[in-house]
Design a protein around this ligand. Sequence first.
Ligand code: ATP
Length: 198
Amino acid sequence: MTKIVGLTGGIGSGKTTIAKHFELLGVPIYIADEHARQLMQSKAILEALKQTFGTSIFEAEQLHRPSLAAIVFQNPAKLQQLNAIVHPAVQHHFQHWLLSYTTYPYVIYEAAILFESGNYQNCHSIICVTAPLESRIERVIERDHTTRALVEKRIAAQWTDAQRISKSDFVIENLDLELAKENVEKIHKILMIKQNDL
Ligand code: ATP
């Protein structure tokens, strides 16, 4: 049976960067946030978003993600409502995606809110990516051309590193990328050996 290995970490920790190194080793990776972004363009989800958050999150009939982000990252109840709309669609899509990889020992399921969504319970093993808070903030400001205040709001809406680490099987510190890649290779070897008894 193909095992599901969850990969998580705070915003800007480098989850996607690390997931891509697993991919280079031949591991199929599912980047939940990317699929969520695509699924949020479907008619059914757009309609549910309109019903829940009103028309202010749309600009010229298109979903305006910054407006939605401004609402949900100010208000935990609204964030929960958003997750309740998007999360089931991602899970459904992931289960379908998984059918293409049944011959692989394991796949990586990468998600920022793996714990917060409760989805970690579907994983056979969990990897947590960490990086110092200040590096994470700087990386996201540079990558997304956003403000420190908005990044800090998103961080406040997520679990802390200590919470994530306490529920993870492996931790990859992603400060020096070369060291992090070495760790990816070590963990990959362990997962390949242990795949029968994960
Ligand atoms: P998010 O939670 O926002 O999806 P993420 O955890 O997936 O973020 P990445 O997108 O992989 O993080 O990385 C964030 C930014 O930091 C990217 O621009 C990436 O190129 C850069 N980055 C990742 N790892 C390192 C590193 N070790 N050193 C310097 N920059 C890095």
